[in-house]
Design a protein around this ligand. Structure first.
Ligand code: ZN
Length: 410
């Protein structure tokens, strides 16, 4: 058994990865460890840090963990079935009409059916689950943007709003700021009512790993000031994705918070800016462009530290957040999340960013409206319902978007 497991590691190249987590391979039915070639052995089980993180302050499993058939279960395959018998609330339709401020052009990438059919089905499902309107972050400019506008707004002008991207060509040229502003004006004319999703995961907004650090275009760059100020003038919010979930910069070793499902996003040891450095760009951007409304998506990637996010919201009145794709942060700390949603009920917007399945929307309603416990979640963690009050739900679902966004008809 031991040999084949070792061979597997070699074949897939896993053995070349970070030494920290892979130095030890538990083999067959003996609990002894083997060293993968080139990786120093580490006995994690006697590491006090490992003990504390794995078992908590108490510091021990209570029963000796002996060898057995589960030694063959891989972390990526582990899907524990809970025996908890608890309340399961099905909420077909959201309690208030919903504006989903964060989706992408899913209809055009649908499999098996035509884009038109996918779009029509989607609108039917939106009706069923109670989504009044969705904001499509196209990230496009020029003719690509115009085409997406046609696709969504010809038949459904009241069901979708479109955000454009920003010009990414020639960012090193002197006339870049001026050209970027002109392109934004064109997009507004064509129907853009916001900008997004603008993403910086460490290599700047153009996501070009070839650029040297001083050439990269981060959101706080002076070259973008005219663009952000034009956005303010046109009442176009800017949806900003800064950094990523913090686990993306954690080493892919035994302490990695997420399962291997997320490892494709891992940027540990990347040459770009790291989590902390990226997060520091957010207040700089907000400060430099005080008239522009920024919606930091995914809870600003601070869903793991709502105290720090609260401080940012206190310090910058032009900052708003959407909760898209952070169901797992809300669900794992439901009491803190409820407190946060309540305290900042005028600053938080609902978004999904998770495709167009009906069950996806309904899982959100359950998370936000019910008090259900121990629900299976998307990323390993169990969720707990936040049981939000009507006073918090209504602005989250719709009120804030109505107040904040540009509803000028196209
Ligand atoms: Zn997105």
């Amino acid at each position: 058994m031991g040999t084949s497991r070792k061979d597997f590691l070699k074949i897939t190249g896993v053995a070349g990865l970070s030494a920290a987590g892979l130095g030890i391979v538990t083999v067959g039915c003996s609990q002894k460890s083997e060293t993968v070639e080139g990786i120093p052995e580490k006995d994690w089980h006697s590491d006090p840090d490992w003990q504390r993180i794995k078992y908590g302050d108490w510091g021990g499993p209570g029963v000796p963990s002996g060898p057995g058939p589960m030694d063959h279960v891989l972390l990526k395959d582990h899907a524990p079935k809970s025996s908890v018998v608890a309340q399961e609330t099905f909420i077909e339709q959201a309690k208030f009409p919903v504006i989903d401020v964060h989706i992408h052009n899913y209809a055009e990438s649908a499999n098996e059916i035509s884009p038109e059919e996918a779009l029509a089905n989607w609108v039917d499902d939106m009706d069923e689950v109670g989504v009044e309107l969705s904001v499509v972050h196209t990230g496009e400019v020029g003719e690509d943007f115009d085409r997406v506008v046609d696709f969504y707004l010809t038949d459904y002008p009241d069901r979708f709003q479109l955000y454009c991207g920003i010009l990414a060509d020639g960012i090193d040229q002197q006339d870049y700021p001026e050209r970027a502003v002109r392109e934004l004006e064109n997009c507004y004319e064509m129907g853009a009512r916001g900008i997004g999703e603008i993403t910086d995961k460490g290599f700047g907004i153009t996501r070009d790993p070839e650029l040297s650090p001083d050439e990269r275009l981060h959101p706080n760059d002076d070259r973008l000031v005219p663009l952000w100020s034009k956005a303010a003038e046109l009442s176009m919010p800017v949806n900003l994705h800064i950094a990523d979930h913090p686990s993306a910069w954690q080493a892919p070793d035994v302490f990695q918070e997420r399962t291997p499902i997320y490892q494709q996003f891992n940027q540990h040891e990347s040459d770009g800016l790291h989590y902390g450095e990226l997060l520091d760009l957010l207040p700089l951007t907000l400060q430099k462009n005080p008239d522009t409304t920024f919606i930091a998506c995914h809870l600003a990637n601070l869903g793991n530290d709502l105290g720090r996010l609260s401080d940012l919201l206190d310090q910058h009145s032009n900052l708003f957040v959407d909760i898209s794709a952070r169901d797992y942060e809300i669900g794992r700390t439901p009491r803190a999340a409820k407190e946060f949603f309540t305290a900042y009920k005028e600053r938080v917007l609902f978004g999904t960013d998770m495709g167009m399945q009906k069950s996806m929307y309904q899982a959100w309603w359950r998370l936000l409206e019910s008090a259900d416990e121990h629900m299976p979640g998307r990323v390993w963690w169990r969720y707990y319902g936040t049981d939000l009050t009507d006073e918090v739900l209504e602005p989250l679902y719709r009120g804030n978007a109505m107040r904040l966004m540009n509803w000028e008809p196209v």
